[in-house]
Each structure stands twice: as structure tokens, then as C-alpha cells.
Design a protein. Structure first.
Lengths: 257, 381
């Protein structure tokens, strides 16, 4: 299912966080959103998982306007892995993952056998099966990230949005998470800090700066030394990945070289 | 809505659905409930607590200035319920049991159950294990409403429900006030909420004391004590039906909100992404919680810490899932309150201790232990 952001603007307290953002994510594509801190990446994502209503503009999922769908209905289509605030209650990992089924269940309705199996598989896929009975408060940051992704997957969405999913993850789990996204067949919009991971994992990349989309396209076309210098204020050289041929950035700490 | 192009149309049913998210298809089939808490254990626990509650009620009815054995108590209760006969010499005993102690003990059980359930709901709503109706000022607000109605004779059109209605309005106003004062730009910081609640709670108590002291010919001191510390001394059969209906309906409704509370306790962003509108549900819950709290405060005064301690103890036993917590906490709270009330009226007999004295002696250490708990942070701050 396609995800289309059409001229999204978000204004809070007279401050413009996102202005006129238009971005298409075609069915099954992985699109990365990069940009410096405070450039509006998370704000744009929040409009897609409906934590925020855009001040103007429309988010389209398939042929439908997102804000016209009941919240529950859109949660059956769009799942999110967010930068989560603290949870004060010690749910087990299994319980948190199972809550991904909430949009599909009525009231306290119990999980069906199929849904339990779905949860088991998601946990095994994300390498947290052995943690199923552990309390989430006892997990490390990286383990918690994987729990949140497992929860988003058991939601059985067609569109998945992720806000810095590789935070706290070790290298192996970063690579595994991004290859999982690529293999999932889902329509993915993901905010990433690591430009090299974004280059490796995304079909297309959108670059945000000051709430505006300043570039979008294939990683090789977007991630140029000029753009990285303009947007991030960092000197970078672009080299080809020896195995994949994709663009990789090398940063210089000394601004004169 | 068409299925994703990468999977066959049947992908939404059967095990094939897992392929949609790229999960390995050959995972060994788990035994049902392997990683999920069993329903049987929960039912057994509830049955045991119900038996304990019935036993506690019978024992508590028998104890007091005139001690009556549980067998005698049970016989008299059975006679009252079934319309059976008792001897002419037993009328006094019957009166003590049926007219004085039974309504009081039943009221204690109901209020204990209600306070526990409301505590669970409030904690989930504000995502803080330190919240309860008393800490957040909801109980004190209800006291102000009840006292205001009593002293001014307002809401007289509602007859015997006037005090309950006043308490409900007071509770609702208090929770809205605390909520509005604690939230900044739509975000609700747990730390601000608890601090605001504690401050408001003291403020409401001051207002209530002021009203009582300036009211004509009132027994000010004992009234203030009643409304701030709680007592079941005024229990009558007449007060029971409203409390019974509201508390029972409230507990059942909250239980039905179990999964919604689970989702809400994960945070507003997550709740929205899981299809639960945080603001809409919080409004409904706020009204529900205010209603139950108001009705309870109207008949018992504001009793502290029960709504804080019971949810925590129950969570330690059954885990955090709210459907489970809300099945067990009301029963546990009812048992606890029956014994607290028994202690209040027998420990220093013939005088009575305010309930709040006993619940605070239990609750304060638990509150401190909670604060010091490993990994506890004020919502990450």
C-alpha cells in the first residue's frame, strides 16, 4: 500500500516544525528520512502514526485520507516503532508484544492461537524469544528497541514507520533490523541518523532541513559531499562500498581537510 | 483494502500471515499459553480471594464490643437472608449483627474494592505507580464537594443523593484542575502530576476545614477528622444500594477497559499508534473514576493509600496486565478494608481510630519503598 505525504505542515505554538513536506513511499519501498536534530523528522512521522494532526496537508494511505479513518482502523494499517517514553509498569516482554494485536481485538478479548503464534514468531525473529517472561523494565535499551519492533510487526500492518529504530542497537542487530525491514515487503518510512546505514538500507532518501524537504531520491543521488556540507555542516567524502557499490560517507574531523 | 502485493490474498488468515512481515515460517508451534499467563491460575486466585472475603466478612461482623462466634454470626445472617426464625432471647444479638455491623462491614468491603480499582485506573491513566485518588487530590476534592453540599444545603432537589452528587462534582472538578495544572502543552509529566496533586490535596483539605469551622453549630473537629481520615461509623443499610451499584458497575467497566489501560500506560504516542485515542479514553475514565470516588467519599470520607497500596501488591502477584490486576485488586482491596475497619473499631475500643491512620501506617512504607525501587524514575526524569 502506498503512503503519500501531501504538503504536510505542522505549526505548534506559532513555531513551524514542518512546512510543505511532500513525500511518496510506494508499495513495498523503504524510504529513509534524514536530517539534523530538530529538522522535523519525528514530527513528520508523528503525523503518519496519528500522534499529531498536521496543521495543513494530507496523509494518504492507499486511496484513503488518514485522518478520515477511525483511529483503530488506521492502526490496523499503519504500525509505528516510536521513541518511547518511560513505562512505569513491569509488563513482560510477551505482554508488550501481544499488545500489538490491540487494534484487531475488542475489549479484553483473548488472543487466538494464530495470534499467539504470530507473537512467538515475531519474538524469535527479533531474537527476544528467550526474554518473553522478562519484565520490560529490566531490559537493556537495545533489547527494548527490538521488543517495540516485534510489537509493531504483530500489528500486521501494511505500512511501518520507525523513528530511529537503530538507537541503542549493537552493530549486528542494526544490520539485522534493517535487513528485516528490506525483506518484510512492507511499505516503510524510517527516520535514521546514520547516513551510511540509510544509504545501505533505503530505496530512496528524503533529507529534511528546518522542516523542509531539501532533497529526495536514490541514496547515490542525494548523499553528495555538497549536500552533507550544506545540511549537516560536516565535511564528507563519498566512496563506493567495495561489495555493494552503494555510496558510503567518510567524515573528516578536521574542517580544513 | 487490498492485501499487500507481496503476499497471496489469503495472507490475512492462517499461519501464512507471518510471511507478511518476513518471519520464518518453520517456528515450532508453541503450546497454548506457554509464554502467556494462564487463565486457570487467575480464576483459582479470584475464587480463593472471594472465599477469604466471605470468611473475613463473617468474622468481622462477629467481632466488636460484643463478641459473637463466626458460627453464630453465620446462623443469624442466614436467618436474616432466608427469612428464618431466631429465638426471642436473641433479638439483641440479631440487631447488633444485622442492623449495626453488617451494613458497616459490607460498606467497608465495597469501598475497599472501589478504591483499589480506581487506584489501578488512575495509575494507568497517568502512567505513574505513585498515583491514587488521594495523592492526586481527587478524594479531597470530593470531600470539599460533600461538605459544601452538607453545609449549604445545595443540590437539595436530589434528596438523599445530594451529598453523593456533591462529592462527585467535587471529585470531577478536582481531577480536571489537577490535570490542567499539571499538563504543559499537551504533555503530562508524571512528576508534575504527583507534585500538583499533593499540593492540591492539601489545598482542598484546607478549604474543607475552613467550610466546617465557619459552619454554624457543627462538631468541627470530629467532622474534619471524618472527611480527611475516613470512617465507616455512619454506615446504614440506606447508604448501601447507591454505593453497591456504582462501585460494582465502576469495577466491571474498568475491568472491561483492561486492554485500553494496558495501551494507555505505554504512553500517548504508542497508544495512538495502537488505535487508542489517549485523550478520548482519558476523559471517559476521568468521569468514571470521579463518579466512583465521589460516591465512596460521600459515605466513608477520604481514605488514603488504599488505592496506592493494593494495586502495587496485586501487580507483584499477578503482573502488570490490567485485565488481570482489575480482576484481583477489587477482591484484595475488599478483604484489606474489612480488616482495616475491624482494627479501627476494636484496637482502642470503645474509641474508634480514623481509618486513614491505619491505612497510612501501612501505606507510607509502601510509598517510600516504591520510590526507592530499583529502576524507578519519574517517567524518565
Amino acid at each position: 500500500m502506498d503512503l503519500r505525504l501531501d504538503a504536510i505542515s505542522v505549526v505548534t505554538d506559532g513555531r513551524s516544525l514542518v512546512s510543505g513536506l511532500s513525500l511518496d513511499v510506494s508499495d513495498g519501498q523503504v524510504v529513509g528520512l534524514v536530517g539534523p536534530n530538530g529538522s522535523g523528522k519525528s514530527t513528520a512521522l508523528r503525523c503518519v502514526y496519528r500522534a499529531l494532526r498536521p496543521s495543513s496537508g494530507t496523509v494518504w494511505v492507499g486511496e484513503q485520507e488518514l485522518t478520515r479513518l477511525p483511529l483503530r482502523r488506521s492502526a490496523q494499517t499503519v504500525a509505528a516503532m516510536t521513541q518511547d517514553g518511560g513505562v512505569d509498569f513491569d509488563f513482560t516482554v510477551g505482554e508488550v508484544v501481544a499488545l500489538g494485536r490491540a487494534p484487531h481485538l475488542r475489549g479484553n478479548q483473548a488472543l487466538s492461537g494464530r495470534e499467539r503464534e504470530l507473537c512467538e514468531r515475531a519474538m524469535d525473529r527479533l531474537d527476544i524469544g528467550h526474554l518473553a517472561h522478562r519484565g520490560v523494565l529490566t531490559l537493556s535499551g537495545g533489547e527494548r528497541q527490538r521488543v517495540l519492533l516485534a510489537r509493531a510487526l504483530v500489528q500486521e500492518p501494511e505500512i511501518l514507520v520507525l523513528d530511529e529504530p537503530t538507537n541503542h542497537l549493537d552493530v549486528r542487530h542494526q544490520v539485522e533490523l534493517l535487513s528485516l525491514l528490506r525483506e518484510s515487503g512492507l511499505t516503510v518510512l524510517v527516520v535514521l541518523h546514520d547516513l551510511n546505514l540509510a544509504a545501505a538500507a533505503c530505496d530512496r532518501i528524503g533529507v529534511l532541513s528546518g522542516g523542509r524537504l531539501v532533497a529526495s531520491g536514490a541514496p547515490a543521488a542525494v548523499l553528495t559531499p555538497e549536500l552533507v556540507g550544506d545540511v549537516f555542516g560536516v565535511r564528507a567524502s563519498v566512496v563506493q562500498h567495495p561489495l555493494t557499490g552503494g555510496p558510503q560517507l567518510l567524515y573528516s574531523l578536521d574542517s580544513t581537510r | 483494502m487490498p492485501p499487500p502485493s507481496t503476499s497471496p490474498p489469503s495472507a490475512r488468515s492462517g499461519a501464512a500471515a507471518a510471511d507478511v512481515v518476513g518471519l520464518p515460517p518453520a517456528a515450532p508451534a508453541p503450546t497454548a499459553g506457554g509464554r502467556f499467563a494462564t487463565r486457570g491460575a487467575l480464576l483459582a486466585g479470584c475464587a480463593a480471594l472471594t472465599a477469604l472475603l466471605l470468611g473475613s466478612v463473617v468474622v468481622a461482623i462477629g467481632l466488636g464490643p460484643a463478641v459473637i462466634t463466626p458460627q453464630e454470626t453465620a446462623r443469624h445472617l442466614w436467618a436474616a437472608l432466608s427469612g428464618g426464625r431466631i429465638g426471642a432471647g436473641e433479638v439483641t444479638t440479631y440487631q447488633i449483627i444485622w442492623q449495626i455491623r453488617t451494613p458497616r462491614v459490607l460498606l467497608a468491603a465495597l469501598v475497599g474494592a472501589g478504591l483499589s480499582a480506581v487506584g489501578v485506573a488512575i495509575q494507568a491513566m497517568v502512567r505513574n505507580a505513585l498515583a491514587d485518588p488521594f495523592v492526586l487530590g481527587v478524594s479531597s476534592g470530593a470531600s470539599v464537594g460533600a461538605v459544601g453540599v452538607t453545609v449549604t444545603g445545595g443540590l437539595a432537589a436530589l434528596g438523599i443523593y445530594a451529598v453523593s452528587a456533591g462529592a462527585f462534582l467535587g471529585a470531577l472538578a478536582a481531577s480536571l484542575l489537577v490535570y490542567a495544572a499539571a499538563s504543559s502543552r499537551g504533555a503530562l509529566s508524571p512528576l508534575r502530576l504527583v507534585l500538583t496533586g499533593v499540593a492540591m490535596s492539601l489545598g482542598f483539605q484546607a478549604v474543607m476545614s475552613l467550610i466546617i469551622y465557619f459552619a454554624p453549630d457543627s462538631e468541627a473537629t470530629s467532622l474534619v477528622l471524618y472527611w480527611t481520615m475516613g470512617s465507616f461509623g455512619a454506615a446504614t443499610w440506606g447508604a448501601l444500594p447507591v454505593v453497591a451499584v456504582v462501585v460494582t458497575a465502576g469495577v466491571v467497566t474498568l475491568w472491561r477497559y483492561g486492554r485500553v489501560l494496558d495501551v494507555l500506560s505505554l504512553g500517548d504516542e504508542t497508544a495512538a499508534s495502537l488505535g487508542v485515542g489517549p485523550d478520548r479514553h482519558r476523559k471517559v475514565l476521568l468521569v468514571l473514576v470521579s463518579l466512583v470516588t465521589g460516591v465512596m467519599v460521600a459515605v466513608s470520607g477520604a481514605i488514603a493509600f488504599v488505592g496506592l497500596v493494593m494495586p502495587h501488591v496485586v501487580r507483584m502477584a499477578v503482573g502488570a496486565s490490567h485485565a488481570r490486576v482489575l480482576a484481583v485488586a477489587p477482591l484484595a482491596g475488599a478483604v484489606f478494608m474489612v480488616w482495616v475497619d475491624l482494627a479501627a473499631r476494636t484496637l482502642v475500643a470503645p474509641r474508634e481510630l480514623p481509618l486513614g491512620v491505619i491505612t497510612a501506617l501501612v501505606g507510607v512504607p509502601v510509598f517510600v519503598a516504591l520510590m526507592r525501587r530499583r529502576g524507578y524514575t519519574f517517567g524518565g526524569r
